[in-house]
Design a protein around this ligand. Structure first.
Ligand code: PHE
Length: 340
Protein backbone atom coordinates (compact mmCIF):
# COMPACT_ATOMS: atom_id res chain seq x y z
CA UNK A 1 0.00 0.00 0.00
CA UNK A 2 2.89 2.34 0.72
CA UNK A 3 4.11 2.07 -2.87
CA UNK A 4 0.64 2.82 -4.13
CA UNK A 5 0.47 5.97 -1.95
CA UNK A 6 3.90 7.14 -3.11
CA UNK A 7 2.82 6.73 -6.73
CA UNK A 8 -0.28 8.81 -6.17
CA UNK A 9 1.76 11.52 -4.39
CA UNK A 10 3.99 11.76 -7.48
CA UNK A 11 0.92 11.97 -9.68
CA UNK A 12 -0.46 14.82 -7.60
CA UNK A 13 2.86 16.67 -7.52
CA UNK A 14 2.99 16.72 -11.31
CA UNK A 15 -0.55 17.94 -11.70
CA UNK A 16 -1.39 21.32 -13.35
CA UNK A 17 -5.03 22.19 -14.04
CA UNK A 18 -5.85 23.35 -17.57
CA UNK A 19 -8.89 25.30 -16.41
CA UNK A 20 -11.52 25.50 -13.71
CA UNK A 21 -13.38 22.33 -14.80
CA UNK A 22 -10.17 20.41 -14.78
CA UNK A 23 -9.44 21.47 -11.22
CA UNK A 24 -12.93 20.41 -10.17
CA UNK A 25 -12.30 16.97 -11.69
CA UNK A 26 -9.09 16.83 -9.66
CA UNK A 27 -10.98 17.61 -6.47
CA UNK A 28 -13.60 14.91 -7.12
CA UNK A 29 -11.01 12.34 -8.09
CA UNK A 30 -8.77 12.78 -5.05
CA UNK A 31 -10.72 14.57 -2.33
CA UNK A 32 -14.33 13.66 -3.12
CA UNK A 33 -16.37 11.38 -0.89
CA UNK A 34 -15.69 8.42 -3.16
CA UNK A 35 -12.29 9.77 -4.10
CA UNK A 36 -8.85 8.20 -4.02
CA UNK A 37 -7.94 9.53 -0.57
CA UNK A 38 -11.08 8.29 1.14
CA UNK A 39 -10.72 4.90 -0.56
CA UNK A 40 -7.21 4.64 0.82
CA UNK A 41 -8.44 5.43 4.33
CA UNK A 42 -10.92 2.59 4.00
CA UNK A 43 -8.16 0.32 2.80
CA UNK A 44 -5.99 1.50 5.70
CA UNK A 45 -8.14 -0.43 8.13
CA UNK A 46 -6.65 -3.63 6.73
CA UNK A 47 -3.01 -2.61 7.10
CA UNK A 48 -1.00 -4.84 9.41
CA UNK A 49 -0.38 -3.21 12.85
CA UNK A 50 3.41 -3.08 12.39
CA UNK A 51 3.02 -1.01 9.19
CA UNK A 52 0.29 1.27 10.45
CA UNK A 53 2.42 4.09 11.75
CA UNK A 54 4.41 4.59 8.56
CA UNK A 55 1.49 4.04 6.20
CA UNK A 56 -0.68 6.39 8.28
CA UNK A 57 1.93 9.12 8.00
CA UNK A 58 2.22 8.68 4.24
CA UNK A 59 -1.53 8.67 3.87
CA UNK A 60 -1.86 11.94 5.81
CA UNK A 61 0.88 13.48 3.68
CA UNK A 62 -1.00 12.49 0.56
CA UNK A 63 -4.20 14.03 1.84
CA UNK A 64 -2.44 17.30 2.74
CA UNK A 65 -0.68 17.44 -0.63
CA UNK A 66 -3.93 17.01 -2.53
CA UNK A 67 -5.63 19.69 -0.44
CA UNK A 68 -2.73 22.15 -0.82
CA UNK A 69 -2.64 21.63 -4.55
CA UNK A 70 -6.34 22.21 -4.83
CA UNK A 71 -6.29 25.42 -2.72
CA UNK A 72 -3.26 26.76 -4.57
CA UNK A 73 -4.80 26.47 -8.01
CA UNK A 74 -8.21 27.60 -6.86
CA UNK A 75 -6.68 30.89 -5.69
CA UNK A 76 -4.68 31.26 -8.86
CA UNK A 77 -7.68 30.70 -11.08
CA UNK A 78 -9.73 33.29 -9.20
CA UNK A 79 -6.87 35.77 -9.48
CA UNK A 80 -6.46 35.20 -13.19
CA UNK A 81 -10.06 34.60 -14.09
CA UNK A 82 -10.01 37.64 -16.45
CA UNK A 83 -7.02 36.24 -18.27
CA UNK A 84 -7.99 32.64 -18.58
CA UNK A 85 -6.95 32.38 -22.19
CA UNK A 86 -9.34 30.88 -24.68
CA UNK A 87 -12.53 32.39 -23.25
CA UNK A 88 -11.25 35.88 -23.81
CA UNK A 89 -12.37 37.83 -26.90
CA UNK A 90 -9.49 40.10 -27.78
CA UNK A 91 -11.43 41.74 -30.62
CA UNK A 92 -14.00 43.18 -28.18
CA UNK A 93 -13.91 47.00 -28.27
CA UNK A 94 -13.30 48.78 -24.98
CA UNK A 95 -15.94 50.93 -23.35
CA UNK A 96 -15.87 54.49 -24.61
CA UNK A 97 -14.05 57.12 -22.55
CA UNK A 98 -16.32 60.06 -21.91
CA UNK A 99 -14.40 63.32 -22.13
CA UNK A 100 -15.36 66.25 -19.96
CA UNK A 101 -16.16 69.63 -21.45
CA UNK A 102 -14.87 73.10 -20.76
CA UNK A 103 -16.94 75.49 -18.72
CA UNK A 104 -18.80 77.95 -21.00
CA UNK A 105 -17.16 80.88 -19.20
CA UNK A 106 -13.72 79.44 -20.02
CA UNK A 107 -14.73 78.85 -23.63
CA UNK A 108 -15.93 82.43 -24.08
CA UNK A 109 -12.96 83.87 -22.18
CA UNK A 110 -10.56 81.94 -24.43
CA UNK A 111 -12.41 83.08 -27.52
CA UNK A 112 -12.23 86.75 -26.44
CA UNK A 113 -8.51 86.33 -25.68
CA UNK A 114 -7.93 84.84 -29.14
CA UNK A 115 -9.75 87.67 -30.89
CA UNK A 116 -7.70 90.34 -29.14
CA UNK A 117 -4.44 88.47 -29.45
CA UNK A 118 -4.94 88.59 -33.23
CA UNK A 119 -4.82 92.38 -32.80
CA UNK A 120 -1.57 92.18 -30.84
CA UNK A 121 -2.91 92.36 -27.27
CA UNK A 122 -1.02 90.36 -24.66
CA UNK A 123 -2.48 89.02 -21.39
CA UNK A 124 -1.87 90.43 -17.94
CA UNK A 125 -3.20 89.36 -14.57
CA UNK A 126 -3.38 90.89 -11.12
CA UNK A 127 -4.46 89.98 -7.59
CA UNK A 128 -8.11 89.45 -6.62
CA UNK A 129 -7.52 90.99 -3.21
CA UNK A 130 -6.65 94.58 -4.04
CA UNK A 131 -5.74 97.80 -2.25
CA UNK A 132 -7.70 101.02 -2.52
CA UNK A 133 -5.05 102.62 -4.74
CA UNK A 134 -5.26 100.10 -7.56
CA UNK A 135 -9.00 99.51 -7.43
CA UNK A 136 -10.09 103.15 -6.92
CA UNK A 137 -7.70 106.02 -6.20
CA UNK A 138 -5.29 105.60 -9.12
CA UNK A 139 -8.32 105.18 -11.37
CA UNK A 140 -9.43 108.68 -10.52
CA UNK A 141 -12.11 107.80 -7.97
CA UNK A 142 -11.66 110.64 -5.45
CA UNK A 143 -12.01 109.62 -1.81
CA UNK A 144 -15.60 109.89 -0.52
CA UNK A 145 -16.75 110.36 -4.12
CA UNK A 146 -20.16 108.87 -4.88
CA UNK A 147 -18.69 107.14 -7.94
CA UNK A 148 -17.28 104.55 -5.53
CA UNK A 149 -20.85 103.51 -4.78
CA UNK A 150 -21.30 102.49 -8.42
CA UNK A 151 -19.54 99.29 -7.41
CA UNK A 152 -20.71 97.79 -4.13
CA UNK A 153 -17.49 96.68 -2.59
CA UNK A 154 -16.56 93.79 -0.31
CA UNK A 155 -13.99 95.15 2.12
CA UNK A 156 -11.66 93.04 4.17
CA UNK A 157 -12.77 93.28 7.79
CA UNK A 158 -11.16 96.07 9.84
CA UNK A 159 -9.10 97.35 6.90
CA UNK A 160 -10.89 99.78 4.59
CA UNK A 161 -7.79 99.92 2.42
CA UNK A 162 -8.08 96.28 1.29
CA UNK A 163 -10.98 94.93 -0.75
CA UNK A 164 -11.90 92.25 -3.26
CA UNK A 165 -11.41 93.94 -6.62
CA UNK A 166 -14.66 95.24 -8.07
CA UNK A 167 -13.31 95.30 -11.64
CA UNK A 168 -10.24 94.20 -13.58
CA UNK A 169 -9.39 97.88 -14.24
CA UNK A 170 -7.11 97.47 -11.22
CA UNK A 171 -4.82 95.39 -13.46
CA UNK A 172 -4.68 98.30 -15.91
CA UNK A 173 -3.07 100.42 -13.15
CA UNK A 174 -0.58 97.70 -12.24
CA UNK A 175 0.49 97.24 -15.87
CA UNK A 176 0.90 100.99 -16.45
CA UNK A 177 2.93 101.35 -13.25
CA UNK A 178 5.30 98.62 -14.36
CA UNK A 179 5.54 98.97 -18.15
CA UNK A 180 6.52 101.77 -20.50
CA UNK A 181 4.21 102.43 -23.46
CA UNK A 182 3.38 101.07 -25.97
CA UNK A 183 1.05 98.94 -23.85
CA UNK A 184 -1.48 96.67 -25.48
CA UNK A 185 -2.95 94.24 -23.02
CA UNK A 186 -6.10 92.47 -21.90
CA UNK A 187 -6.72 91.30 -18.35
CA UNK A 188 -9.21 88.52 -17.74
CA UNK A 189 -10.18 87.68 -14.18
CA UNK A 190 -12.71 87.25 -11.40
CA UNK A 191 -14.31 90.30 -9.81
CA UNK A 192 -16.52 90.71 -6.76
CA UNK A 193 -19.45 92.99 -5.94
CA UNK A 194 -21.78 93.04 -3.00
CA UNK A 195 -24.92 92.43 -5.01
CA UNK A 196 -27.96 90.25 -4.45
CA UNK A 197 -27.79 87.11 -6.59
CA UNK A 198 -30.42 86.99 -9.32
CA UNK A 199 -30.88 85.83 -12.91
CA UNK A 200 -28.93 88.90 -14.10
CA UNK A 201 -26.43 89.58 -11.30
CA UNK A 202 -24.01 87.68 -9.11
CA UNK A 203 -21.60 88.68 -6.37
CA UNK A 204 -18.76 86.93 -8.23
CA UNK A 205 -18.35 87.22 -11.97
CA UNK A 206 -15.70 87.52 -14.68
CA UNK A 207 -14.45 90.48 -16.65
CA UNK A 208 -11.99 91.19 -19.39
CA UNK A 209 -10.41 94.61 -19.44
CA UNK A 210 -8.56 95.94 -22.48
CA UNK A 211 -5.96 98.69 -22.48
CA UNK A 212 -4.01 100.33 -25.29
CA UNK A 213 -1.59 103.17 -24.52
CA UNK A 214 0.73 104.67 -27.12
CA UNK A 215 1.40 107.90 -28.98
CA UNK A 216 -1.65 109.11 -30.94
CA UNK A 217 -4.14 106.48 -29.80
CA UNK A 218 -7.55 107.90 -30.71
CA UNK A 219 -11.22 107.25 -30.12
CA UNK A 220 -11.40 106.06 -33.74
CA UNK A 221 -8.90 103.31 -32.84
CA UNK A 222 -11.10 102.28 -29.94
CA UNK A 223 -14.19 102.15 -32.12
CA UNK A 224 -12.48 100.12 -34.84
CA UNK A 225 -11.04 97.66 -32.31
CA UNK A 226 -14.45 97.10 -30.73
CA UNK A 227 -16.18 96.76 -34.09
CA UNK A 228 -13.69 94.06 -35.06
CA UNK A 229 -14.31 92.31 -31.75
CA UNK A 230 -18.11 92.45 -32.11
CA UNK A 231 -18.03 91.00 -35.62
CA UNK A 232 -15.59 88.22 -34.67
CA UNK A 233 -17.57 87.31 -31.57
CA UNK A 234 -21.16 87.64 -32.78
CA UNK A 235 -20.91 87.39 -36.56
CA UNK A 236 -20.01 89.53 -39.57
CA UNK A 237 -23.42 91.25 -39.72
CA UNK A 238 -23.12 92.64 -36.20
CA UNK A 239 -23.26 96.42 -35.84
CA UNK A 240 -22.15 98.51 -32.88
CA UNK A 241 -23.47 101.67 -31.26
CA UNK A 242 -21.70 103.86 -28.69
CA UNK A 243 -23.68 105.84 -26.15
CA UNK A 244 -22.11 108.54 -23.94
CA UNK A 245 -21.57 107.35 -20.37
CA UNK A 246 -19.45 108.00 -17.32
CA UNK A 247 -16.53 106.20 -15.71
CA UNK A 248 -14.08 108.06 -13.44
CA UNK A 249 -11.06 106.61 -15.27
CA UNK A 250 -12.06 107.37 -18.86
CA UNK A 251 -12.91 110.65 -20.56
CA UNK A 252 -14.85 110.63 -22.77
CA UNK A 253 -16.63 107.43 -21.72
CA UNK A 254 -19.14 105.33 -23.58
CA UNK A 255 -21.22 102.21 -23.35
CA UNK A 256 -21.31 99.94 -26.33
CA UNK A 257 -24.34 98.11 -27.68
CA UNK A 258 -24.36 95.49 -30.39
CA UNK A 259 -27.23 94.88 -32.76
CA UNK A 260 -29.22 92.06 -31.17
CA UNK A 261 -27.67 88.78 -32.29
CA UNK A 262 -30.90 86.91 -31.60
CA UNK A 263 -33.39 88.85 -33.72
CA UNK A 264 -30.87 90.68 -35.93
CA UNK A 265 -32.20 94.04 -34.70
CA UNK A 266 -35.88 93.43 -35.41
CA UNK A 267 -36.79 93.27 -31.72
CA UNK A 268 -37.17 90.35 -29.30
CA UNK A 269 -37.29 89.78 -25.57
CA UNK A 270 -33.48 89.58 -25.28
CA UNK A 271 -33.05 93.15 -26.62
CA UNK A 272 -36.33 94.19 -24.99
CA UNK A 273 -37.72 94.97 -28.44
CA UNK A 274 -35.31 97.82 -29.21
CA UNK A 275 -32.84 95.86 -31.37
CA UNK A 276 -29.70 96.66 -29.30
CA UNK A 277 -28.02 94.97 -26.33
CA UNK A 278 -25.39 96.56 -24.13
CA UNK A 279 -22.16 94.58 -23.84
CA UNK A 280 -19.36 96.78 -22.50
CA UNK A 281 -18.05 100.05 -21.11
CA UNK A 282 -15.16 101.95 -22.68
CA UNK A 283 -13.46 105.27 -23.19
CA UNK A 284 -10.21 107.19 -23.50
CA UNK A 285 -7.98 106.72 -20.47
CA UNK A 286 -8.31 109.85 -18.31
CA UNK A 287 -5.02 111.83 -18.29
CA UNK A 288 -5.15 111.78 -14.47
CA UNK A 289 -4.92 107.99 -14.55
CA UNK A 290 -1.90 108.09 -16.87
CA UNK A 291 -0.19 110.61 -14.57
CA UNK A 292 -1.03 108.51 -11.46
CA UNK A 293 0.90 105.72 -13.15
CA UNK A 294 3.83 107.97 -14.10
CA UNK A 295 3.00 108.02 -17.80
CA UNK A 296 3.36 111.41 -19.52
CA UNK A 297 -0.17 112.33 -20.57
CA UNK A 298 1.12 115.01 -22.97
CA UNK A 299 3.03 112.38 -24.90
CA UNK A 300 0.70 109.40 -24.64
CA UNK A 301 -3.00 108.69 -24.95
CA UNK A 302 -4.87 105.44 -24.48
CA UNK A 303 -8.18 103.70 -24.64
CA UNK A 304 -9.69 101.13 -22.28
CA UNK A 305 -12.73 98.91 -22.33
CA UNK A 306 -14.18 96.36 -19.98
CA UNK A 307 -16.81 93.66 -20.35
CA UNK A 308 -18.47 90.95 -18.29
CA UNK A 309 -17.74 87.47 -19.63
CA UNK A 310 -21.01 86.06 -18.27
CA UNK A 311 -22.94 88.68 -20.21
CA UNK A 312 -21.16 87.81 -23.46
CA UNK A 313 -21.70 84.09 -22.83
CA UNK A 314 -25.41 84.61 -22.08
CA UNK A 315 -25.85 86.42 -25.38
CA UNK A 316 -23.76 83.95 -27.34
CA UNK A 317 -25.49 80.85 -26.02
CA UNK A 318 -28.87 82.43 -25.25
CA UNK A 319 -28.70 81.58 -21.58
CA UNK A 320 -31.36 83.37 -19.59
CA UNK A 321 -30.16 82.83 -16.04
CA UNK A 322 -26.65 83.80 -14.95
CA UNK A 323 -26.83 81.52 -11.90
CA UNK A 324 -26.48 78.47 -14.17
CA UNK A 325 -22.79 79.33 -14.65
CA UNK A 326 -22.13 78.87 -10.96
CA UNK A 327 -24.25 75.83 -10.16
CA UNK A 328 -22.08 73.48 -12.21
CA UNK A 329 -24.90 71.12 -13.02
CA UNK A 330 -23.32 68.55 -15.36
CA UNK A 331 -26.46 68.46 -17.52
CA UNK A 332 -25.88 72.16 -18.24
CA UNK A 333 -22.10 71.98 -18.59
CA UNK A 334 -21.91 69.02 -20.93
CA UNK A 335 -23.78 70.92 -23.65
CA UNK A 336 -20.69 73.02 -24.31
CA UNK A 337 -18.15 71.23 -26.43
CA UNK A 338 -15.38 73.34 -27.84
CA UNK A 339 -11.84 73.16 -29.08
CA UNK A 340 -10.93 76.25 -27.08
N1 PHE B 1 -14.37 98.86 -15.14
C1 PHE B 1 -15.65 99.15 -15.74
C2 PHE B 1 -16.71 98.31 -15.03
O1 PHE B 1 -16.38 97.41 -14.31
C3 PHE B 1 -15.66 98.84 -17.21
C4 PHE B 1 -14.75 99.74 -17.99
C5 PHE B 1 -13.45 99.37 -18.22
C6 PHE B 1 -15.21 100.94 -18.51
C7 PHE B 1 -12.60 100.18 -18.95
C8 PHE B 1 -14.39 101.76 -19.22
C9 PHE B 1 -13.09 101.36 -19.45
O2 PHE B 1 -17.89 98.55 -15.18
Amino acid sequence: MQDKIKKIVKEIEGYRPANEDDLEQFRIKYLGKKGVVNDLFVEFKNVAPENRKETGMLLNQLKNKAEEKFELYKKELVKNSDFSGENRDLTLSSSELELGSRHPISIVRNEIIQIFSRLGFNISEGPEVEDDWHNFTALNFPEEHPARDMQDTFFVQKNPDIALRTHTSSVQVRVMENTKPPIKTISPGRVFRNEAISARAHCIFHQIEGLYVDKNVSFADLKQTLLYFAKEMFGEKTEIRLRPSFFPFTEPSAEMDISCNICGGKGCNVCKYNGWVEILGCGMVDPNVLENCKIDSKKYTGFAFGMGIERIAMLKYQIKDLRLFFENDVRFLKQFKSAL
